[in-house]
Design a protein around this ligand. Sequence first.
Ligand code: UDP
Ligand code: MN
Length: 277
Amino acid sequence: SIDDSVNKNITLEDIFISVKTSRHYQASRLPVILKTWFQLAKEQTWFFTDVDNPLHQNQTNGHMINTHCPSFHQPKHLCCKTSIEYDHFLDSGKKWFCHFDDDNYVNIPRLVSVLQRYDHRLDWYLGRQSVNRPVYVNYQKKKILYFRFGTGGAGYCISRSLALKMSPIASGGRFMSVCEGIRMPDDVAIGFVIEQLLKVNITEVPEFHSHLEQMKLLPLNKLRDQISFGFFWKKNYKDTVNAVNVPGFSARYDPTRFLSLHCFLFPYFQFCKLIRR
Ligand code: UDP
Ligand code: MN
């Protein structure tokens, strides 16, 4: 149950933030993160990638982990990274495991204050469902199972208590076998382990967002309350841009809107002075 009095003492220090990234996005997605929200959680945030980059290693004070997973957008390969993210969380001893994609903006103070509502000593799987109905998978020769999962692209958090219960099934690379067993991407497989195998239900936290939603529908006066944001942007496709609607830099300079969003939330950052008013 939710007990406000229990965990007021949860701080950023107690959270392990992992970001899945890849050589394909080290030029287009990573720099924005490093310039903005990473600066508010430098010690807690770790990047899981598939390349060695001395510049980024230096900019993150050694927080880039080369998983040596293949760099393709295939369920198997994404599971390979998630498996390593999860193992690093277990080793970290932190109270919360929070995963995000590299096309997320994470509102760090809000992440902390929302987690303060939950007790990490109980089993919590917090996230946003990509669809409002359960998904089904074929498992062990045609047994069809239905369960829910939190979409990875919006971010999700797992309490330490629950992460430890997942350990016999998922630690030490075993998570990859789970993915292969159901032939599903990593976020679906996380849902499978938690909901189907451990019988713990996801708790829908509407403050998590991905580019599967229309980002521009988030009202300005509600931005501060949200944990995560997404963007979708394809070069040369003018109409497929999906980004937060926030004033600030030009759309050309800041197509993801993450620089502008960051300045909206934290106007004291030095680079925000460059916004023309
Ligand atoms: N990703 C990856 N390897 C790849 C492609 C993507 O690790 O070859 C990561 C990417 O960095 C991101 C996540 O997988 O964190 C989701 O990728 P993307 O946003 O491109 O696709 P989506 O799943 O949102 O359609
Ligand atoms: Mn994405």
